[in-house]
Write a protein that binds this ligand. Sequence first.
Ligand SMILES: O=P(O)(O)OC[C@H]1O[C@H](O[C@H]2O[C@H](CO)[C@@H](O)[C@H](O)[C@H]2O)[C@H](O)[C@@H](O)[C@@H]1O
Length: 382
Amino acid sequence: MAKPSVAVAEASGVPAQASCSCPCPGTTLFPYPPPRGASGIAAAAVRRKCLQAEVGGGACWGVESMRASSPTHARAAAALAGAGADEEEERAAWMARHPSALGKFERIVAASEGRRIVMFLDYDGTLSPIVDDPDAAFMSETMRMAVRSVAKHFPTAIVSGRCRDKVFGFVKLAELYYAGSHGMDIKGPAKASSSRHEKAKAKGVLFQPATASEFLPMIEAVHERLVETTRSIPGAKVENNRFCVSVHFRCVDEKMWGELWESVKGVLREYPRLRLTQGRMVLEVRPTIKWDKGKALEFLLESLGFAGCTNVLPVYIGDDRTDEDAFRALRRRGQGQGVGILVSKHPKETSASYSLQEPAEVMEFLLRLVEWKRLSRLSRTQ
Ligand SMILES: O=P(O)(O)OC[C@H]1O[C@H](O[C@H]2O[C@H](CO)[C@@H](O)[C@H](O)[C@H]2O)[C@H](O)[C@@H](O)[C@@H]1O
């Protein structure tokens, strides 16, 4: 596979130290819980955009955006406010806009007629259930078998916020592409090789957009600083993901979220080359380079020889905010040129076209794809 030439620009977002230049209303926070219905989702979108434009805005999004990353918190608060019936309606409207990928399976495979499907899979919350301990997010053996079967028919990549080695340690399938650290560390499938030279080549990394010599020592240092400063906050967990660092607050008492946010922001002030984004109950520190899961998807398609091609149908399945970059990349390809599937039980602002509720449905979708492929091959040979 040829290594495509990819120019990596600096992210346009403000560094952690600058003041907020995003479209948020400064310290006038959106009400919490967020307004319901379409306007609520829209407000959440602005908030997310603001957050992704970095943490610059002082108290801007801090704790509130941390709450918004927890559907359970938002739902509990909405239930207290008596929003039950509204919620049903909202869910029905959302499902109409993002129908189940299982329900629309025939439509999805029909769109792949004459094209090569390339499969992109997020890990946490997509292949494995979300659990309190990030080190215990194991995928089931049946899920592993489903992914293995899919990869026999279609080029398949795992695109994760985790460090590449760690996500490989969970998935354990050498035949896949792996894009770790939110796509900043990409490696192709291991090839069987005999000589030492060949073995070294087979281990070769495809692409690392963030200069390793610059960012790896910086990430090491910031990881240490974050471990130190969050030590006094019970339940906080800092995870080194090689080109980025995750600060988990799933097990931190909500009363301490403000303190955690301030600690992280305080550390980041010393690192203008790093920025902060957010996932599911996790703050993510990463280089300011303009690279994300969407760019990783584009890079992998190009690497597979599909640059500018319409004879390919990328399918991306993910559950988190960081997967939205990939869904947007699919949308940019044009109508019908990609399939984005969000894994979520709750209505969420998303650029995905379809939805699945949980990893069990992801597995069902993968197995149906395999079966469809098997049957279509069979019918061609008859
Ligand atoms: O891109 P992904 O593969 O989805 O990785 C995103 C983050 O996933 C992990 O955290 C999430 O899953 C944990 C285990 O279920 C959960 O405890 C945590 O609250 C979630 O945010 C991973 O630990 C992070 O490093 C990844 O960035």
